[in-house]
Design a protein around this ligand. Sequence first.
Ligand SMILES: [Fe+2]
Length: 394
Amino acid sequence: MIPAYYEFSNRAKILSGEYAIEHIPFELASMECARPMLVTNKQLRELGLADIVLSALADGGVTVGAIFDDVPVDSSVQVVNDLAGAYREAGCDSLIAVGGGSVLDTAKGASIVLSTGATDLLEHMGSEVVNARAMVPLIAVPTTSGTGSEVTGAAVIKDTERHVKMGFVTPHLVPDVAVLDPRMTLGLPPRLTASTAMDALCHAVEAFSCRQANPLSDAHARAAIDLLREYLPVALDDPKDATARLALANASLLAGAAFSNSMVGIVHAMGHACGGQCSIAHGEAMGILLPHGMAYNLDVAGERYAELLLHLAGSEAFAATPAEDRAAAAIGGVRTLLELAAEKAGMPTRLSEVGMTREQLPAVAALAINDGAMSFNPKDASAEDILSILEGAL
Ligand SMILES: [Fe+2]
């Protein structure tokens, strides 16, 4: 069904494939950029991933204006401001972010500061504050396959003085170019491969079933789930399989483009709250909570979940399942992937496995009910409803 009205945007140019990184010099030239700043972290430099990009730039005759490799795991306003200062000092004209969600979000935050002539990101808290025509060109090279940040218009930056995570959301934050190259994820450890894939799966399932779903976000979500079903098992069996790695990177991007437009729901609301209260890795919270959130939504979102069985379990299983059983079977399909991730990669399947206790759950439920994602969930929920979902996942 087509909604009475919807919007969909994704302005990123996608480069996907082995040696996609070697195309970056061409993209810089086409944006009339000659002096990029490379943004990454020390661990990725030690792993040699930043060097792959640096040598592609050197081979393409590009002079790197500066390298900023001080991005921590949880980025902050101060890091963003420092990055913007270093960029100005070095006279750079573009950003190339190589890393996971934190690195990409830091570069997005810096692009807000730089594009608006500000000195402090806090001057621009809120959305729709940035003029797209003035944005600093940004090329995103993800080194994990989960957040989809390379195509989303969102950045999460911590304000360490007030102890809050600030969300910046505007389509202008979508990078100009997203580069998916399997060399960037070949070395991802199995548990991180599994948890980031479960985050991508959650983006796709929630984007497909939430209130703002539309035909374009649906198409992206379906394609993402097909790739995850087929290639997550391959990547867990053989982490060096470049085809599987590229497929998972594409799945993450597709799911990112889906939820960046149609948003997410109760599973992300609970996951954000778990992360805020108990520092659980986001992808692990997503994998644990997704089947429970779907079970809660089942009576309202059943028709949508039934459609997803085709993608979660394949055409034979879909055809063999009576129509009235397909929605519940789709939840079973998610559980099957989660159990596979647990068996092959040690992915946790219950909140207690990641250290959460029953005593913590009321505070998590109270946080989750106020999360912005709740307004897009297909079914309303009270704090008591959320508490009982969390107890079921403990
Ligand atoms: Fe997520």
